[in-house]
Write a protein that binds this ligand. Sequence first.
Ligand code: NAP
Length: 281
Amino acid sequence: MTAQLIDGNALSRQLRANVAARVTALKAKGITPGLAVILVGDNPASHVYVRNKVKACEDTGMHSVLESWPASMTEAELLGRVNTLNQDASIHGVLVQLPLPAHIDAQKVIEAIDPAKDVDGFHIASAGALMTGLPGFWPCTPYGCMKMLESIGYDLKGKHAVVIGRSNIVGKPMALMLLQNNATVTICHSGTKDLKAMTLQADLVVAAVGKRNVLTADMVKPGAVVIDVGMNRNDEGKLCGDVDFAGVKEVAGYITPVPGGVGPMTITMLMVNTLESAEKT
Ligand code: NAP
């Protein structure tokens, strides 16, 4: 069997076109959705991510502000900037790029963001809303995975989903979103004794670990849907996921590639969250 590809680039293009149309409609009412991105320090990967976020804003007609601060910025200074942006009526989303330098308490900074502008969905209020099934911002990466499942018309009701990874930004919110959509969910992590025994029972596997080849063909039930969130480098330095793509695509029913899968969807859902924040004003 050869799996069908879930193309994150194509789906992103569709969704971003829809965002751009809604931005145009909002502008006609005098509101331009605005995203502020704060970057502290010189992490090269973070620079690429924030550049892509700002470009996505430009492409969809949104206003964006990029603040780049040196690694020496103090926690108090950063909290001050977040507070200022919280009060800025032209800004509907405030995002602080992680990781932050070690002397800054990232959780404290996230909690300082106005939950109404928490477009990354990392604030404890957003996490609580997801946990209780109330409206709120969903973290962009698992939200993007949900959109990918929606795009193939996948009905989660009664399906067994296995999520590998339990981080606050991917694994846990992913599991909650799947649960909310009536899947039976198993969460695996580094302490899971027999990962293969779990994944072989899964109709859907989401791999969010950050290690190559965590999921291989012998671990996948024929026809299962496989979503690969991981971002790693192979021996040639090329971007790859957590899934052994070449092997697993011969067993799975659907699979997301890396690159061109979950990655572009993450930024797309950031645009959706920012737009929806502006639509609420
Ligand atoms: P993280 O915070 O490091 O969490 C990794 C999770 O994997 C942890 O829960 C860990 O378990 C679990 N784990 C580690 N080794 C394992 C093993 N051998 N078997 C089963 N579980 C194992 O990472 P993250 O932030 O969630 O990100 C995960 C991956 O997704 C990374 O590659 C990251 O770069 C990528 N990512 C991609 C996007 C995107 O837009 N495409 C966005 C975010 C993240 P413990 O909890 O027990 O330690």
